[in-house]
Design a protein around this ligand. Sequence first.
Ligand code: CP
Length: 356
Amino acid sequence: MRSLIDILDLTVEEIDELVNTACDMIENPSKYAECCKGKKLATLFFEPSTRTRLSFEAAMMELGGNVIGFSDAKNTSASKGETVADTSRVVSCYADIIAMRHYLEGAPMVASLNASVPVINAGDGGHAHPTQTLADLLTIHRKKGRFDNLTVGFCGDLKYGRPVHSLIHALSRYEGIKLVLISPKELALPDYIKREVIEKYNMPCIETDSLENALPELDILYMTRIQGERFDDVNEYERLKNSYVLNAEKMQCAKSDMAVLHPLPRVDEISVDVDSDPRACYFEQVFNGKNMRKALILKLLNEVQNCARGNEESFVESKPCNNPRCVSNVERGLVSKANKTDDGFRCAYCESSINI
Ligand code: CP
């Protein structure tokens, strides 16, 4: 089965196809109102969500399908110790497609290897969030009309911000993208993404801790929340949580057509006085996310081809992953595996560097 675990599971052409379908869905919703009649989506959310879960559910309903699932894993047999692998096999008996969010990095990957229906990664720990990236890309397309020749600033928690990781991967495939990484050094982008994406594709990149200095150059500013729930040290979170606040005054230094994106939820990093600025796109991003998820559900259900993740044979057994948030350190019966990259080996589930 074809699943979506990482944004790079989709080709550039497939992303264009999804964007075109989503735009048509926005223009002609009634055309798609019965496309998924008789189909069921299961939303398995082991971590809190407002947008992603509800947009998946709204998307399936607007396609004429039905939805089952849970938003609190405490009320499921996971609380009795059921593994992700078993849960995925079981839910495959009830649903035609699964959207899974999990606090363990790599859990949706484990689900995709065990389910007999397509699995969509709806966010796994601090690792990846490919359907947020689809929402971001549709927003960029509708605001800028292109994915190339853009200077894109990412501001805030670039270490744990999974939408940042997925969007940088996606942008690496377009020409003329310049990155400006704005963060405190403690929350810098993980080294493996710098090496294997930014350096590998020679993406021009500046790192700074100053939003004010970066702002005038940007075509897109991607603000992020400091992800308190992922910090090991509460004091460090308290020290860093107010590192950046975008407000109306700072927006005066930005280009007149800069687009402000944020995956939401926001806390204090975008002041409400920015909301009425026509450059603020974060609520439109929410609407776009639902439409890209509609297009994705339709695509995956229509496909009969084999899984794009059929590279399981390319994994090699490895020593245990060093990342305490990796699913391989929690899931019973899961063998530690690695992928060979240009830069050594990385965990097959969460992509952390790993020894074999
Ligand atoms: N952007 C996003 O993933 O929001 P939720 O956590 O509310 O789903």
